[in-house]
Design a protein around this ligand. Structure first.
Ligand code: GDP
Ligand code: MG
Length: 297
């Protein structure tokens, strides 16, 4: 009998949710960076293994840190992901508990998921492994999850153990997707996310948070995908920073994104990037919505 189920990865920013999702899928679908809130959308990844189809949802980090419109939206997306799934995986950094983890814990107790599993991530960084057991004891006591699994998302092998664990919680039923599907998201969406990842990796401080990306045109040609995209910035002064000296930054962004996308699509991808100014877009929920956030795709 086939099984299929949805699994949401939740937790505060930077604990390794996207890294774990990619490890589970064996593909770099969700974008990862050392900066908080890289993940702005709910990203769905599909894995079919044996009789089971796992639908993973990577969510933006929980909790309202700055109180801006973008933060509220990130928070809502995470809430929606929790409400309607078969399993919630709460990812925690085993080395660092913060007040935002407290907020997530409170929310989980209030909005009790059907099945809750806890991942204590980054144990490769934990110097004193003796700290794991008391931490697991405290969490068991406080939230009574179905399981607690310490692991290092960045290490090979962790994903298999977790998949074995999760399989038992998938309901019996038909698969929603073909067995070779990696994601239901459109190519346009994946390209925009890839460009955004490079903005996060290559720009400093607040700048990545003040940018977004739209796809103007994407077509398949004999030589691969031709994509025209716009990077939106908040201020005229940001434009120069994204372009860089003699266009060096923009070129690096474009080349790195092209490389990642070529792997993901198994085809050459040619990006044509423009930069435009739209002031204050991150502060206005309306304009965020008009850029397509808030929807799954
Ligand atoms: P998210 O915000 O929860 O999605 O976190 P990311 O997946 O973007 O990861 C945040 C940072 O933690 C990145 O720099 C990752 O490389 C790093 N990271 C994720 N998992 C691990 C892990 O198991 N061990 C170590 N040492 N670093 C990790
Ligand atoms: Mg993420």
């Amino acid at each position: 009998m086939s099984r299929a189920g949805t699994i949401a990865l939740i937790g505060r920013p930077n604990v390794g949710k996207s890294t774990l999702m990619n490890a589970l899928l064996g593909e770099n679908l969700s974008i990862v960076s050392p900066k908080a809130q890289t993940t702005r959308h709910r990203i769905v990844g599909v894995l079919t293994r044996g009789q089971s189809q796992f639908l993973f949802m990577d969510t933006p980090g929980q909790a309202d840190i700055q109180g801006k419109a973008m933060n509220r939206l990130l928070d809502r997306t995470a809430s929606a992901a929790m409400a309607d799934v078969d399993v919630v995986l709460w990812v925690i950094d085993a080395c660092r508990w913060t007040e935002i983890d407290d907020i997530v814990q409170k929310r989980l107790l209030r909005q009790r998921p059907r099945v809750l599993g806890i991942i204590l991530n980054k144990i490769d960084k934990l110097k004193d492994k003796g700290r794991l057991l008391p931490q697991m004891g405290r969490l068991q006591q406080a939230v009574a999850p179905e399981f607690i699994l310490p692991l290092a998302a960045c290490k090979r092998g962790s994903a298999q153990t977790l998949l074995d664990q999760l399989e038992d919680y998938l309901p019996e039923g038909p698969w929603p997707y073909a067995d070779d599907t990696l994601t239901p998201h459109s190519g346009e969406f994946l390209v925009a996310e890839s460009i955004r990842q490079q903005l996060f990796l290559r720009l400093n401080q607040e700048l990545p948070y003040a940018t977004t990306v739209t796809i103007d045109k994407m077509e398949v040609q004999a030589a691969g995908y031709e994509v025209h995209a716009t990077i939106w910035v908040n201020r005229p002064s940001h434009k120069g920073i994204v372009i860089g000296r003699q266009g060096a930054t923009l070129r690096a962004i474009s080349q790195a994104a092209q490389k990642r996308l070529a792997k993901l699509f198994d085809q050459d991808v040619h990006l044509h990037l423009w930069i435009k100014v739209r002031e204050g877009w991150a502060d206005h929920e309306d304009s965020i919505q008009s850029f397509g956030y808030g929807a799954t795709d």
